[in-house]
Design a protein around this ligand. Structure first.
Ligand SMILES: [Zn+2]
Length: 214
């Protein structure tokens, strides 16, 4: 199911899921699109508007490896295949480091750019580095988003969610079929994966720190 349909559904089969990709790398077009097409499964991609068709110079990774982002033509192909295009901001900066005006700019400008360029509604925002706070949640709703997707803070494992918050469980290259099954479960195995993701999210803050030193 697309994210929009899943969020709009009052009750869904517990086996339903929405697949989302952050950052909009070119390998989504090369590898994910053909596989998901085969299974007739649409997905959502969260695009960084300043990096359409460019390398990921925003990212601090091991060995400073560079990857290409999707270009406009590839994004159009995803839309043609029934995918949703949503926003991952203008520059992939940490919104927590910005003042209110800066946060609104990242939210609002990226939404406008995508809507105008691809003539598609942009309903959701995936926050770079995963951590949504109350101010950012409120501003996302104020700037016209239906929801903001981050990672899965463990505090929401048993507690109710504030309006507009979308929890996601990340799948990394280090994941196995077993760990993916655990993420899709509804028991203690899920909690284990949530805790693991909380630890990984702490590490992604290293990128924020290094970027602030550059
Ligand atoms: Zn990202």
């Amino acid at each position: 199911m697309t994210l929009e349909k899943l969020v709009a559904s009052k009750s869904v089969n517990p086996k339903t899921l929405a697949i989302t990709f952050d950052d909009g790398y070119q390998d989504i077009y090369k590898y994910a699109l053909p596989i998901l097409k085969k299974y007739n499964a649409p997905a959502t991609v969260f695009i960084i508007t300043d990096y359409i068709g460019k390398e990921n110079t925003w990212d601090v990774n091991l060995g400073w490896i560079r990857y290409e982002h999707l270009n406009e033509r590839e994004i159009e192909s995803l839309i043609d295949a029934g995918w949703e295009i949503n926003s991952h901001g203008i520059s992939h900066c940490s919104l927590r480091g910005l003042d209110e005006e800066g946060i609104i700019r990242e939210l609002s400008r990226s939404k406008t750019i995508l809507q105008e360029r691809f003539r598609q509604p942009v309903r959701f925002f995936a926050i770079p580095f995963g951590n949504v706070n109350e101010r950012i949640r409120r501003l996302a709703i104020k700037t016209g988003y239906q929801g903001i997707a981050g990672f899965y803070p463990v505090k929401y494992y048993k507690n109710p969610l504030p309006p507009g918050i979308i929890l996601r469980l990340a799948v990394y290259r280090t994941d196995s079929l077993k760990s993916i099954k655990q993420k899709l479960s509804n028991n203690g195995a899920l909690l284990k994966e949530v805790l693991k993701q909380n630890a990984i999210n702490l590490c992604s803050n290293a990128t924020i720190i290094v970027n602030s030193l550059r």
